[in-house]
Design a protein around this ligand. Structure first.
Ligand code: UDP
Length: 456
């Protein structure tokens, strides 16, 4: 610890797993550089303070009832959180500033999720600076900045939304297809567009934006974003690579039995399957996934989160062909220590929904991906994984057992997969280099610290 521990940073994560993880990792990174960290969080999806004993935790009552909006309606939940959290956030911040005895160290700066649209205004009123954290990638942010143009060009019209043009190329943004456009897949495109538009505005008016990515991965997108959002930016990821400790921020209990199971599997043989913390699959989809895994003939580790399958009885109804495969060479858990899984030598590929954290974690460990995006930025991330960085295969909606089994074999055992695996290792090395002394992310972190200290 050094002299900076008389500087307190107040971090305010959006209360979803994919946003809590990077914010708490950022807290760890800045704590290791000597800052005192307070995590201001909602009582909805509250993180576990015992996993981070070196942070101060403060809970604000977001007044959000779980039954009010379905957990799968993320745009609805984010809108509601923005309405309900503004006043309590301001009250808490004011209290922390007026009563420094409470958290002991004066506040140097707030860092809030860029999907919170009110925090910068509150901070300005209270005369404290508020940086913003973009938890997703730079490429998807670039897409968000051109959504109004895409809307004008008719990409959000009924026939597009209904799927008849979903395979068409987006000529304004190669190599995206219409189906990859964020918001295209959701029930409430207008609300989603509004959220993204708010986020772009928040970043534009902030005194700086922090990115969980690395320059070598997303340089072209970062260049475009810098043109339209001319604010100081700090590209300091991949966050998990910069953390000295690997404290978990999981909202669900991690089942560690999968690590001892992995220990018994051959090197690079296992397909790890997880669709993140929000995506839900239908009864028909789960059956194809199960049979695809069975037909792949590879060992598999599959995360099936509680309530992530529409039919809770699906396992009992599964064909014996799958149950036998599960018994012989499979493992199912409700939640895994994902970063440890991806770093395990037995894991050969990751079948993912391409949430940004999962994508970046996979890239950081050099694990090739099988891409099955579900919503939001996942379509963009998946398209870049398969077509631009070329470290994965895209299922392109082909969620039939034959396609799945074929893709798993291509990725894990065939020659085509070998090239993808080699590229994944090259990208992993670039990620490692970016966070090493003198690397792009390392230097950007130094710049971020100087920027924060200049707020004094
Ligand atoms: N995760 C985990 N265990 C699991 C599944 C996911 O720890 O079994 C973590 C994963 O490492 C990632 C986060 O949950 O950090 C999911 O974030 P992501 O952006 O990939 O997807 P989202 O959940 O937001 O859709």
């Amino acid at each position: 610890m050094n002299q900076r521990n008389n500087h307190r940073l107040v971090l305010f994560p959006l209360p979803f797993q994919g946003h809590i993880n990077p914010m708490l990792q950022l807290g760890q990174i800045l704590h290791a550089r000597g800052f005192s960290i307070t995590i201001l969080h909602t009582n909805f999806n509250a993180p576990d303070p015992s996993s981070h004993p070196h942070f101060v935790f403060r809970s604000i009552v977001s007044d959000l009832d779980r039954s009010e909006v379905p957990i799968s309606d993320i745009p609805g939940l984010i809108s509601l959180l923005n309405t309900r959290c503004a006043s309590p956030f301001e009250e808490h911040l004011r209290e922390m500033m007026l009563l420094p005895g409470g958290d002991a160290v004066p506040i140097t700066c707030v860092i809030s999720d860029s999907l919170f649209s009110f925090t910068c205004g509150v901070a300005e009123r209270l005369k404290v600076r508020a940086l913003t954290l973009r938890t997703g990638g730079a490429t998807s942010l670039h897409v968000y900045t051109i959504l109004p143009v895409l809307k004008e060009k008719g990409y959000f019209s009924i026939d597009v939304l209904s799927g008849s043009r979903s395979e068409e190329a987006v000529k304004e943004f190669p190599p995206l297809l219409v189906r990859d456009i964020p918001g295209f897949d959701l029930q409430k495109p207008e609300m989603t567009l509004q959220l993204f538009d708010n986020m772009v505005k928040v970043i534009k008016s902030s005194p700086g934006v922090i990115f969980n990515t690395f320059e070598e991965l997303e340089h072209p997108a970062l260049t475009s974003v810098r043109e339209v959002l001319p604010v100081p930016d700090f590209v300091i990821g991949p966050f998990p690579k910069c953390c000295v400790t690997s404290s978990s921020s999981s909202l669900l209990a991690e089942d560690r039995s999968c690590i001892s199971w992995l220990d018994k599997q051959p090197l690079k043989s296992v397909i790890y399957v997880s669709f993140g913390s929000v995506a839900v699959v239908s009864e028909a989809e789960i059956l194809e996934i199960a049979l695809g895994l069975a037909d792949s003939e590879q060992p598999f580790l599959w995360v099936v989160r509680p309530r992530s399958v529409r039919d809770p009885e699906w396992l009992q109804k599964s064909p014996s062909h799958f149950l036998e495969a599960l018994e012989r060479r499979g493992k199912m858990v409700k939640w895994a220590p994902q970063m440890e899984v991806l770093a395990h030598p037995a894991v050969g590929a990751f079948w993912t929904h391409n949430g940004w954290n999962s994508t970046l974690e996979s890239i950081s460990e050099g694990v090739p991906m099988l891409c099955m995006p579900c919503f939001a930025d996942q379509g963009v991330n998946a398209r870049y994984v398969s077509d631009v960085w070329r470290v994965g295969l895209h299922l392109n909606g082909g969620l039939e057992r034959e396609n799945i089994a074929r893709a798993i074999k291509r990725l894990l055992v065939e020659r085509e997969g070998e090239e993808i695996r080699e590229r994944a290792l090259v990208l992993k090395e670039k990620a490692n280099a970016s966070v090493r002394l003198g690397g792009s992310s390392y230097q950007a972190l130094d710049a971020l610290i100087s920027h924060i200290l200049s707020f004094e």
